[in-house]
Design a protein around this ligand. Structure first.
Ligand code: NDP
Length: 617
């Protein structure tokens, strides 16, 4: 019996112009046809073996040599992307001067060092994505910064904070081990270096190794082929801004339709004689709204604007109500659509607390509506009905990395552009001449593999070197049954070793650089406090690590996340459809309450001032 003001869950949902059961069946069908037994092993890595050339650094001159380094540095940071740069910057601000970044690439930049493909840009608003804007008084030129500007910004940070001074580029770490009697780390490299450090910081990224589909004939193609993250401008002509004049007489095959391909396709479509886009699963393409930053842009005028803007974005996409939406982009808009009724209002309208099932139902309907909007946009933009139909994504919005672009869908209206939809099967094989799907061979002059990167579920899988802590404990063994850390940043048996990045036991942050900055500040605080207290050695206690691991593993939210991703189409988020535990998800095993509560928890921990959970020596 309902009072006049009390409503049912169906009242809250409102009238439906679709049958949710039909959509659910369609989603399950689309997922099931993509599930394959091979999981992650369907790919071949490029880190070594016969595909190593695909990962070769095209941006340095070959033949670089230098004498091995044997010295001591207070802090060695592995990785010179935004993570390593932020660690360097925040440590400098905290009074640390002796810092060395060791980096495989020829310069700082990480993602933006490697990814220089045409059209490359950030897909999070540059004013919240780029680090240290306020400190460097720098305004990104566009709402979404292009890759060269982000590479430049990396160098700007490096120069401003003096991080070039001791940096070692084109240097690959081969082993890291704790020397107990010296209380130091020994870092060995492929250049014969034997460097020691009081502190070792790992900031190597989670998606740095290009991968290729492990399909028959992958090494038989006689034309030109490269991975998206190693773009060959010597072949295509031009640069990341366009002018790909080398493609004027070429048929180009782009394999993959993820976030990278979505940026490449509109550019190559302008220059290639013919462009074939091989699709296994379509991405969601929201509106991006690229524009130049106006010269009188007032949003940067108030001190603290950068932090406030980032936090406002993070809160909005986490369904935490805000009075204002500074960024106001596809992320905040669609996130808002996914939770259209605030919880307080639900309770008021139902006259009681909703059940978990009711919330799940409301969320599911909201997701269908948001995705119907995405699918309607495809239909409105793409003229050929069969192509439009094939470009429609049939899964929940967060099953795959959402994409936003103003020109991707439009590119399929160009006469020379053809979508080759593989109906979820993927490209089946390569021949000497081209690409095979079903019983048809598509001849191509050039293949661009926009097929993504090895997904680092734990650090140890991607690193390519072992970290050996106290009493010979190897990190790979220490974490054999899952990652164990305090705050995702330190672990027992590994003194003075800190981890930075979107690793397990931190949070899955849409704005990854925001997370990196929070971690860099936290790390700088811990090291400064240790120094203040005269300690040269810090290590979390086993009890503190156990209790943090427990907090994560016992959370019902992690179980809900596993169920959600099990319902999704395969991809690197869900171990190609095989993940059954939080620990197997790319975004799994996280601090249960989400990003802002994680940052707030770290801030409260710092404010308490007693370095709780650490043993100092
Ligand atoms: P992804 O792993 O997202 O995409 C790989 C693509 O290759 C998918 O479409 C996949 O299909 C497809 N694929 C794999 N095997 C085959 C096959 N045999 N036949 C046909 N297609 C195949 O890699 P991306 O490089 O696109 O993106 C990686 C991540 O990098 C993004 O998720 C994002 O986080 C980040 N990124 C960020 C950007 C930014 O601006 N900040 C820009 C670009 C990327 P399927 O979906 O079916 O698996």
């Amino acid at each position: 019996m309902h009072t006049a003001t009390q409503q049912t869950i169906d009242d809250l949902v409102g009238p439906l112009d679709f049958d949710p059961r039909d959509l659910l069946r369609k989603y399950e069908h689309e997922r099931d046809k993509r599930i394959q037994t091979k999981g992650n092993t369907q790919y071949v890595p490029t880190v070594e073996g016969k595909f190593k050339d695909y990962a070769r650094d095209p941006w340095v001159d070959p033949g670089f040599t230098r004498a091995p380094i044997v010295d001591h540095t207070e802090v060695i940071v592995a990785g010179g992307g935004f993570g390593g740069l932020l660690v360097g910057a925040r440590l400098r601000e905290a009074g640390f001067r002796d810092i060395r970044i060791v980096e495989e690439a020829g310069d700082f930049g990480g993602t933006w060092y490697w990814n220089r493909y045409p059209g490359a840009m950030c897909d999070i608003e540059a004013h919240i994505y780029l680090p240290l804007l306020e400190e460097l008084n720098y305004a990104p030129r566009h709402r979404y910064a292009y890759a060269p500007e982000m590479l430049e910004h990396s160098q700007r940070i490096g120069k401003h904070y003096g991080l070039f001074d001791k940096a070692c580029f084109q240097t690959v770490i081969t082993a890291v081990s704790w020397i107990e009697e010296q209380g130091r780390w020994l870092v060995e490299t492929d250049r014969g270096d034997r460097m020691t450090a009081t502190y070792f910081v790992l900031s190597c990224g989670r998606q740095s190794l290009p991968k290729l589909p492990g399909i028959p004939g992958i090494d038989e193609f006689q034309g030109h082929a490269f991975h998206s993250s190693r773009w060959d401008y010597a072949y295509t002509g031009g640069d990341s801004g366009g002018d790909l004049i080398g493609l004027g007489d070429k048929t180009v095959a782009v394999v993959g339709t993820g976030a990278t391909s979505v940026q490449i396709v509109p550019e190559v479509a302008k220059w290639a004689k013919r462009l074939l886009v091989f699709q296994r699963t379509p991405s969601t393409i929201g509106v991006r709204g690229q524009r130049e930053t106006p010269p009188d842009w007032a949003d940067m005028s108030k001190p603290g604007w950068h932090k406030a803007r980032r936090e406002n974005f993070q809160r909005l996409i986490s369904n935490i109500q805000q009075d204002i939406d500074y960024v106001h982009d596809g992320w905040t808009e669609i996130s808002g659509m996914l939770t259209p009724i605030p919880r307080k209002e639900i309770v008021a309208r139902l006259g009681r607390k909703p059940t978990r099932e009711e919330i799940a139902y409301l969320n599911e309907i909201a997701d269908y509506r948001a995705m119907n909007g995405i699918r309607a946009r495809v239909e409105a933009v793409v003229k050929d009905p069969a192509t439009a139909e094939a470009l429609k994504p049939w899964y929940r919005w967060l099953c795959k990395r959402p994409c936003f672009h103003d020109d991707y869908l439009e590119a399929f209206n160009r006469p020379g552009v053809e979508l080759v939809d593989t109906a979820g099967r993927g490209v089946e094989r390569l021949t000497t001449r081209g690409v095979v799907v079903g019983d048809r061979e598509y001849a191509a002059d050039c293949i661009v593999f926009a097929t993504g990167f090895e997904a680092g579920i734990t650090y140890t899988r991607l690193l390519g070197f072992e970290i050996t802590g106290r009493e010979g404990t190897r990190l790979g063994d220490h974490w054999r049954d899952g990652v164990r850390t305090l705050h995702g940043m330190t672990t027992d048996r590994f003194p003075n070793c800190l981890f930075v990045g979107g690793n397990q036991q931190t949070v899955a942050a849409v704005n990854a650089v925001h997370l990196l900055d929070e971690q860099a500040r936290h790390l700088a605080f811990v090291l400064r406090e240790a120094r203040k207290r005269g300690a040269s050695r810090i290590e979390p206690t086993t009890e503190a690590v156990d209790s943090y691991v427990d907090l994560i593993r016992s959370s019902p939210r992690n179980k809900a996340q596993v169920d959600f991703y099990a319902s999704c189409t395969p991809g690197y988020y869900n171990g190609e459809g095989k993940a059954r535990r939080g620990e197997d998800l790319f975004v799994g095993g996280r601090y249960p309450d989400g990003a802002m509560p994680f940052y707030d928890m770290l801030a409260a921990w710092r404010a308490s001032g007693n370095l709780e959970g650490f043993r100092l020596g």
